[in-house]
Design a protein around this ligand. Structure first.
Ligand code: SF4
Length: 330
């Protein structure tokens, strides 16, 4: 069965220029550097990595908010990378983005009704008399009481505003949603509610969801699979429980070691792996395995060719490390 969303060798590079009048290219930032990924319909993928690893750029590239420098993004058989102008605008209802700060994306002068009605109108023809009912249904779907229909964004809490943003995304009945750090600006008590809502909607509507977060613990319970990004590339991909219980890549091991454990006994025994230094600049990435300057297991061979995905279980859970089998004995 072919994938619902297929990324093939996706690269997003940004030229770096100097000079005011005579601009001169002095380098290239390789924000996303050769990502291959397949998602099935209705799948929830957690995309994690440190800030600056390229996960948000990848999300925006998938949704054609930033054009890919190379490679293709195919959604439900349609090559989105080849679309421009009107065909791209027409395809946009198939995919939506939810941002970290809903307040910045909601018009402060528009009520919930106006915001959602505007989104519904862009997608389908509906009479104005039927609109209040359609808006109320949408609000109920995201857990907002229809009595708030005439309220403005500033009258809501952060969690409620994120619910409005989710409702607006759902108004066009998308097939794919990319949620970029959708809970990181919210109180911890509210985070779980929004995560549960996204999970429920994905399962009920068969929505494919890419949930981007810098925090592995946030994506742990919602994701079917987790992809770990480092310096523009995916370094580990596997089922969520597998990635948590048996991380393969030394970088993922460090991320997992930073996650607090609910069991106090296990939490006391947890040994955090502290990586030396900061991630290198994506303008000048290290040779070979780009993680080698920070990897506690690096050997000279790691500086050679970039490692390809390798697996211990026939490909379901894989990572890019030339010492994969040696570092993860059966
Ligand atoms: Fe570490 Fe080498 Fe594996 Fe990269 S390839 S993760 S540097 S051991």
């Amino acid at each position: 069965m072919s994938a619902f969303l297929e990324l093939t060798n996706v690269k997003t590079h940004f030229p770096v220029e100097r000079g005011v009048i005579f601009k001169k290219r002095v380098g290239v930032v390789k924000a996303v550097d050769g990502v291959n990924l397949s998602l099935r319909q209705g799948e929830i993928l957690g995309l994690v990595g440190e800030s600056g690893c390229g996960k948000s750029t990848l999300g925006r590239t998938i949704l054609q908010l930033i054009p890919a420098s190379e490679g293709t993004v195919v959604l439900a058989g349609k090559n989105l990378s080849a679309l421009k102008g009107r065909p791209l605008r027409a395809a946009r209802s198939d995919f939506q983005m939810i941002f970290q700060d809903p307040y910045a994306t909601l018009n402060p002068r528009m009520t919930v009704y106006d915001t959602l009605a505007e989104a519904i109108r862009t997608h389908k023809t509906i009479t104005e008399s039927a609109m209040p009912e359609a808006v109320s249904r949408l609000m109920q779907k995201v857990g907002l009481a229809p009595r708030f229909i005439k309220k403005y964004p500033h009258e809501f809490s952060g969690g409620q505003r994120q619910r409005i943003a989710i409702a607006r995304a759902l108004a066009v009945e998308p097939k794919l949603i990319v949620a970029d750090e959708p809970v990181s600006a919210l109180d911890v008590s509210i985070q779980a509610q929004i995560i549960n809502l996204l999970y429920k909607l994905s399962r009920e509507l068969g929505l494919t969801l890419i949930f981007i977060s810098h925090d592995l613990s946030v994506v742990k319970h919602i994701s079917d699979r987790i992809a770990v990004m480092y310096l523009g590339r995916i370094v580990e991909l596997g089922e969520a429980a597998e990635v948590f219980e048996r991380p393969l890549h030394p970088y993922t091991k460090a991320l997992v070691s930073a996650v607090h454990l609910p069991d106090p006994v296990k939490e006391r025994a947890r040994q955090r792996i502290i990586l030396p230094g900061d991630p290198p600049s994506p303008m000048n990435p290290p040779s070979g395995c780009t993680f080698h300057p920070r990897c506690p297991y690096a050997i000279d061979a790691c500086k050679g060719a970039a490692p390809q995905f390798d697996s211990l279980d026939g490909g379901k859970h894989s990572a890019t490390c030339i010492r994969l089998k040696e570092l993860n004995p059966a």
